[in-house]
Design a protein around this ligand. Structure first.
Ligand SMILES: [Fe+2]
Ligand SMILES: [Fe+2]
Length: 281
């Protein structure tokens, strides 16, 4: 086992502690969506192996990474099936994969360079680390807290993994780094999350529903961002700035965190439906 191998399995989760009564419909819908995105990570391994075809070290690390991401999907999917026995994780994943796919035949990174690809991966891991920390702190359901604690720790290690390789490749200009990082953040509005939401929460039995990207992505983002508290936003901003190599004073960083909190508050305010605190300032 190396530093980046999985440190846990589904057998380590105390499934008998599950309390479905503590789960809101919104939280359940968000976890189902996250389960599909995580479970689809095997395709990212194929893509990364293509992009980094000459880097055997990285390809080995990416394979380990993919196994962990698929395990995240399996844990979240099992949890969702236990809370909602009508949820069919495998069928939802098949629907998602049938309608959404990555550029598996890409020979070069869609970010323009290997460095850009690794920076974008750091941004994604910053997002997932902060997101699962936010769910862990938001929910009172004990099994989901266990799962999210373990996943958040994995995501933090994944960030360090990609950052380690990122620092081995030629450095990009600050402008390029900012462009890639902000571009990847903006992609949270693309089809991956929206179509995962649709595939996780609608099926043929709902009378042939039609996918609407704006609606599905918005519904997911409203619930997801509503679970963030200030410390999770701070984690997110800090990790992304570290990856970009942007060093600013503490006050400016706090202002940036405050700005992101404000944006999330506005967004989550449209969907506030749980009794638990939304983004706390
Ligand atoms: Fe993950
Ligand atoms: Fe990850």
């Amino acid at each position: 086992m190396n530093d980046f191998a999985s440190h846990w399995s589904l057998d380590d989760i105390q499934w008998s502690s599950l309390d479905p009564a503590m789960v809101s419909a919104d939280l359940l819908a968000a976890v189902k969506t996250a389960a599909l995105v995580e479970a689809n990570s095997a395709d990212y391994v194929v893509y990364l192996h293509n992009v980094f075809r000459d880097d055997d070290d990285f390809k080995a690390a990416a394979s380990h990474w993919g196994i962990e991401e698929v395990q995240h999907g399996a844990a979240l999917g099992r949890w969702a099936e236990l809370v909602d026995p009508e949820f069919d994780f495998a069928a939802s994943l098949a629907r998602f994969r049938a309608g959404y796919s990555l550029p598996l035949d890409a020979a070069v990174s869609v970010r323009g360079s290997p460095t850009g690809e690794l920076l974008a991966r750091c941004v994604v891991e910053s997002g997932t680390c902060s997101y699962y920390s936010a769910i862990r702190d938001f929910t009172r359901e004990p099994v989901l807290r266990q799962i999210c604690q373990r996943i958040a720790q994995d995501e933090s290690r994944h960030y360090l993994l990609f950052k380690r390789f990122y620092e081995r490749y030629p450095r990009l200009s600050l402008f390029a780094r900012l462009r890639i990082a902000l571009g990847r953040v903006a992609e949270t509005g693309d089809d991956e999350l929206g179509y995962a939401w649709f595939s996780a929460n609608y099926s043929e039995s709902d009378g042939k529903p039609t996918y609407d990207r704006t609606e599905c992505t918005g519904a997911y983002q409203d619930i997801a961002t509503g679970m963030y508290a200030r410390q999770h936003v701070h984690t997110l901003v800090h990790m992304i700035m570290q990856a970009v190599g942007l060093r600013v004073g503490r006050r400016l960083q706090q202002s940036l965190v405050g700005l992101v909190v404000w944006v999330l508050k506005r967004r989550s305010g449209r969907h506030a439906s749980d009794e638990e605190a939304l983004v706390a300032s």
